[in-house]
Ligand binder design. Structure first.
Ligand code: ADP
Length: 371
C-alpha cells in the first residue's frame, strides 16, 4: 500500500546510527488517517528508534519525516520541528504518569491552550472514552496497571493528536489483563479514528491490533502488509518463524518437484538443483482417519500429546525412506485425541508448505552478484 492523500505520517529513507552502531537503515513507512500500524520485530532491531525519530525525541540524521503533508524533520536540511510542536501523542511502556497529579490534572497537563471550561469538558470526554470518569480525582498510585494504561492513553488522546505513537504500551501488564486492555485500546483508537504507530515485539499483539504490519530485522524493514499477508505469504524463513513455530526440512529441487515425507511437492519458481528449506506450521498438518485422495499424506507414530489450552500439540515421528524418520509437531484442535504410541495419518495441503531457497543458495546468488 502506498501513502494516500490522507497520510498522517510518512518516513522517507530514514537511517540512524548511535556512534558507529547502525540502528535503522533506509526505512520508509507511512500511516494513513484512521489506521493502526504496528512496527514489529525482535528486541534491538530499531523499532523504538524509529518512534523516537517520528516524535522528535531523537535528532534525524538522514531521511525525512512528514506529518499531514508537512515536512517536520529533514536530515539533509537539518530541519527538526521540536516534539511539542509536532502534534503527536505518546504512550510509553511505563505509562509515565505524574505521581503528584490527579488523573484529571494528568490529562489536563497537555491542554494549556484551552480555557478552563473547555479543558474540563475535554478531560471529561476522554475519561468517558476510556471508561474512567469516576477516577477523575484519584492519584495514579491508587490505580491498577490496567487503569494507569487507560489514563496514559486518555492523556495522549486529549489534545487530539494527528498521530499517536505507542511504545510497547501493554508489556507492563500481565497476560490476561493485556488481552483485555489491548482489545479496549483498539476500540478507543478505532472510534476516535486516530492514526497510530505502535511498537511491539509480540507477533500476536501486532496481528490482533494492526491494519498493517512493518516487520523489521536488524534495522531494516523485511516485509510489510496486512497480518494475513505476512502470515500466509511470508517472504523469508525469518518472517515465517517470527509468527509461529515451524517444522523444517531441507531438500533439492528436481524436475520442478521436491521430495518430502509427504511425497513430491511442487517447487514453483525454483530451478532444478536449487537447495531449499521447507517450513510447515504445526497447524498446517491435519490428523485424518483416511486421506482425501487429492492431498498428500504421511503416516507416523504419535510420541507425545501435550495440552496447550484450547488446542493440543501432537509430536509425531514420520518414518522416511531411511534412518529414524523425522519428528513433526502437529497442532490439533479437536476434542478426540490419539493415544501416545498409536499410528496416525497426517495430511498436508501443498500450498501450506512454505518453500525458500536455502541460505547457501542465497549466499551463492550474493557472490555471483558481487563478481
Ligand atoms: P528496539 O526498539 O527494536 O528494541 P532500539 O531502537 O531501542 O530497538 O535499538 C536499536 C539499536 O540501537 C540497538 O542495538 C540498541 O542497543 C541501540 N541503541 C538504542 N538506543 C541507543 C542509545 N541511546 N545509545 C546507543 N545505542 C542505542
Amino acid at each position: 500500500m502506498t501513502p494516500s492523500s490522507s497520510s498522517a505520517l510518512e518516513l522517507h529513507d530514514v537511517s540512524h546510527a548511535y556512534d558507529k552502531v547502525k540502528a535503522v537503515e533506509h526505512v520508509s513507512l507511512h500511516v494513513n488517517e484512521g489506521e493502526v500500524i504496528c512496527l514489529l520485530g525482535p528486541s534491538g532491531c530499531g523499532k523504538s528508534t524509529i518512534l523516537r525519530l517520528a516524535a522528535g525525541l531523537e535528532t534525524l540524521q538522514q531521511g525525512r519525516v512528514i506529518m499531514q503533508g508537512q515536512t517536520i524533520a529533514d536530515g539533509g536540511a537539518r530541519l527538526s520541528v521540536p516534539p511539542e510542536q509536532r502534534g503527536v501523542g505518546l504512550v510509553f511502556q511505563d505509562f509515565a504518569l505524574f505521581p503528584h497529579l490527579t488523573v484529571a490534572r494528568n490529562i489536563g497537563f497537555g491542554l494549556t491552550e484551552l480555557d478552563a471550561g473547555r479543558r474540563e469538558k475535554r478531560i471529561a470526554a476522554v475519561l468517558d472514552q476510556v471508561d474512567m470518569i469516576e477516577y477523575a480525582g484519584a492519584f495514579p498510585h491508587a490505580l491498577s496497571g490496567g487503569q494507569q494504561q487507560r489514563i496514559a492513553l486518555a492523556r495522549a488522546l486529549a489534545p487530539q493528536p494527528a498521530v499517536l505513537l505507542l511504545d510497547e504500551p501493554f508489556s507492563g501488564l500481565d497476560a490476561r489483563l493485556r488481552e483485555q486492555i489491548r482489545d479496549e485500546t483498539l476500540h478507543v483508537l478505532k472510534r476516535s479514528r486516530t492514526a497510530t504507530l505502535m511498537v511491539t515485539h509480540d507477533p500476536d499483539e501486532a496481528m490482533f491490533m494492526a491494519d498493517r504490519i512493518y516487520l523489521m530485522e536488524a534495522g531494516r524493514i523485511v516485509q510489510s502488509g496486512s497480518p494475513d499477508a505476512l502470515y500466509h505469504r511470508p517472504v523469508s524463513p525469518f518472517v515465517t518463524r517470527f509468527f509461529s513455530n515451524t517444522n523444517e526440512l531441507t531438500g533439492r529441487v528436481s524436475g520442478g518437484m521436491l521430495a518430502t515425507p509427504f511425497g513430491a511437492l511442487p517447487a514453483a519458481g525454483l530451478g532444478d538443483g536449487t537447495d531449499v528449506q521447507v517450513l510447515i506450521r504445526p497447524e498446517s498438518l491435519q490428523w485424518v482417519s483416511a486421506g482425501s485422495g487429492s492431498l498428500p499424506t504421511a503416516s507416523g507414530r504419535v510420541e507425545e500429546v501435550r495440552f496447550l489450552g484450547g488446542s493440543k500439540l501432537l509430536v509425531v515421528r514420520v518414518e522416511g525412506a531411511t534412518g529414524e524418520g523425522m519428528l513433526f509437531h502437529v497442532r490439533h484442535s479437536g476434542r478426540h485425541l490419539p493415544e501416545a504410541g498409536s499410528r496416525i495419518l497426517l495430511q498436508l495441503d501443498p500450498a501450506d508448505a512454505l518453500i525458500f531457497p536455502s541460505r547457501r543458495e542465497e549466499g551463492r546468488k550474493d557472490l555471483a552478484a558481487a563478481r
